[in-house]
Design a protein around this ligand. Structure first.
Ligand code: TXA
Ligand code: MG
Length: 317
């Protein structure tokens, strides 16, 4: 059921049920972060492997002490600058945060989402909300209530509708190792913006860590249609001539008879708009039963890095 009444959401959450919530990044599948019953329901519905921990959503930067401790100064500074907003910090967890939420890790992922409905909801609850993105494990994240409904149908009884997500891509994840900030996931806040606040950040690439480490699974954010990522879209169209081809392009359309459908993410070349439209365009392309999706590689700076990261993970086999 798609609803806008937060009393319905509140009732479900207070009864250890799970619901979908809107955030400024993507929709989340949320439950009481202190309830093992709720967390188990999230993992079951999402078909998420046990080793992948969840983000805990808190109502304000001041509420950080409810779930984390020993907060580094640079973390505090990032929280003060970007919260509420699409930044997740990995901090030392307090013992009241269940191991099911953190997958047994000594750290907890925390953020204050910047969406009026969800902030209002959080302020009326006695607990924070653990929430992964509201999609089956590995598939494209939802940026509208309809996307969530298409994934879970009647298995999810409450979807709180907050419209289309403003940022359209997941939060940026930053952790701390030896008092140094480390980027674990590119996201809605660019690396450049983070570095403008706290200076140089270490970037963890997939090759530096165990592939089962959080956020590092390669095939992720993937459409079910075969997808290719290239700087030379025209060449790939020739390669697949005769097939049903869909294109995902930054700003300019391509005139070619072999192309069945094309999605232009921002006609004015605005990277923020392109990011907002990315998943909705992928969802549309994926529903057309195409033989292949050819995606154009973005300029590798600012939010272009985040878009390229998601597209790259979407093409991994
Ligand atoms: O924008 C977002 O972050 C959305 C909205 C709903 O808030 N949530 C989201 O959650 O993207 P999810 O579960 O799809 O991705 C969370 C990522 C995962 O890659 C997980 O491994 C990582 O955060 N993570 C969670 N706890 C962690 C921890 N203690 N250490 C390192 N990574 C962690
Ligand atoms: Mg996810």
């Amino acid at each position: 059921m798609i609803v806008t009444d937060i009393d319905i959401a509140k009732q479900a959450l207070n009864a250890d049920d799970i619901i979908a919530i809107p955030t400024e990044t993507v929709y989340g599948l949320a439950g009481n972060a202190f309830s093992n019953t709720a967390i188990e329901k999230i993992s079951r519905l999402k078909q998420r492997p046990f080793f992948n921990p969840l983000i805990v959503h808190i109502k304000s930067a001041a509420a950080i002490d409810e779930v984390a401790t020993d907060i580094p100064d640079i973390a505090q500074k990032l929280g003060n600058t970007f919260w509420p907003g699409p930044l997740t910090l990995i901090l030392k967890k307090k013992s009241n945060v269940p191991d099911l939420v953190t997958a047994g890790k000594p750290t907890v992922a925390v953020r204050v989402p910047n969406h009026p409905i969800t902030l209002n909801l959080l302020q009326q609850l006695d607990f924070p909300l653990a929430a992964p993105s509201a999609n089956p494990f590995g598939s494209i994240s939802p940026t509208s209530a309809a996307h969530v409904h298409n994934y879970f149908k009647t298995d999810l009884t409450v979807i709180l509708d907050g419209g289309n997500c403003e940022n359209g891509v997941e939060s940026t994840i930053v952790g701390f190792e030896d008092n140094q900030a480390v980027l674990y996931r590119h996201g809605a806040i660019s690396l450049e913006e983070i570095e403008a606040t706290i200076g140089k950040v270490i970037i963890k690439s997939k090759n530096d860590v165990d592939p089962t480490a959080p956020g590092m699974l390669t095939r992720h954010y993937a459409p079910s249609t075969d997808m290719y990522l290239t700087t030379n879209v025209a060449e790939y169209i020739q390669l697949f001539a005769g097939k049903k081809i869909g294109l995902l392009l930054f700003k300019e359309s391509i005139d070619n008879t072999f192309v069945t459908h094309q999605e232009i993410l921002s006609k004015t070349g605005n990277m923020k708009e392109a990011t907002k439209e990315l998943y909705a365009a992928l969802h549309r392309l994926d529903q057309l039963k195409l033989d292949v999706i050819i995606a154009e590689k973005f300029p590798d700076n600012n939010l272009g890095k985040t878009i390229n990261d998601r597209l790259q993970r979407g093409v991994e086999k």
